[in-house]
Ligand binder design. Structure first.
Ligand SMILES: *[C@@H]1O[C@H](CO)[C@@H](O)[C@H](O)[C@H]1NC(C)=O
Ligand SMILES: *[C@@H]1O[C@H](CO)[C@@H](O)[C@H](O)[C@H]1NC(C)=O
Length: 221
């Protein structure tokens, strides 16, 4: 019996050692920023949105989604996952800023996301192609501090030197790809992918997706 237990100790030890160096998955907290803070019960319709803060289609998808959430109130719950697309040069930096700000002040997360949507062009590939990576990070730090409050400037700047915030952003990327998502925006409704991934969904379309679900719940009762 001595051998197996020594062996399992070794295996456990190496698993722990590897876990420290490599990406610890699953993460200790589920990925995603929860938009609405109300209670979730079995009848709550769950929307998962996969967005890239510097993607124009994600930007265009946001207002009608917000409008739908406002309409449904506590019957619909939204969690936003970030998918920084590799061909958007500054998507990872922008997504990392969102994780940094989320850790500093959760309620500022969506304000920053909306500000990225509003002033997205600043961080497009063409507009930043002459900038060094350090200059881009600095400009994102300034941008984010303007949203969260300039007193947070140094916390946001040091967030970019904290490996944990890099890992959290990687978890977002890995979560998205593990769901087979490769385009933004993509939406899951009660766990199922909605058609036309990569295109915004307008308000009427949201109503046409969600109204029947809520009607069906009514029949069940
Ligand atoms: C967090 O952000 C919210 C929304 O921007 C703001 O009202 C609040 O004062 C902030 N809290 C702190 C501690 O900075
Ligand atoms: C980048 O640099 C090139 C060469 O100096 C210049 O022609 C171009 O306008 C610059 N682009 C931006 C967005 O600043």
């Amino acid at each position: 019996m001595a051998m197996p237990s020594a062996l399992s100790f070794l295996l456990l030890f190496s698993a722990v050692a590897v876990g420290v160096i490599a990406q610890p998955l699953p993460p200790p907290r589920h990925d995603g920023f929860v938009y609405t803070d109300h209670r979730v019960d079995p009848d709550t319709v769950v929307v998962e949105a996969f967005l890239d803060p510097v993607c124009p289609d994600s930007r265009d998808a946001w207002p009608p989604l917000k409008q739908a959430l406002q309409y449904y109130g506590p019957r619909v719950w939204l969690v936003v996952h970030l998918l920084p697309l590799p061909y958007h040069d500054n998507a990872f930096v922008a997504s990392r800023a969102l994780h940094i700000v989320n850790a500093l002040n959760t309620s500022a997360t969506f304000q920053l996301l909306e500000m990225f949507f509003k002033q997205q062009e600043t961080f497009y590939n063409d507009q930043t192609k002459n900038m060094s990576r350090a200059a881009i990070v600095k400009s994102v730090v300034i941008f984010a501090s303007q949203v969260v409050g300039n007193s947070h400037y140094s916390s946001i700047a040091s967030g970019f030197n904290d490996r944990q915030t890099d890992l959290k952003t990687r978890v977002s990327f890995k979560y998205s790809t593990s769901k087979g998502v490769s385009a933004t925006p993509s939406f899951f409704l009660n766990g199922f992918l909605l058609p036309n991934a990569g295109s915004p969904i307008d308000y009427n379309k949201w109503r046409s997706f969600i109204d029947p679900l809520i009607a069906a719940q009514g029949q069940r009762k």
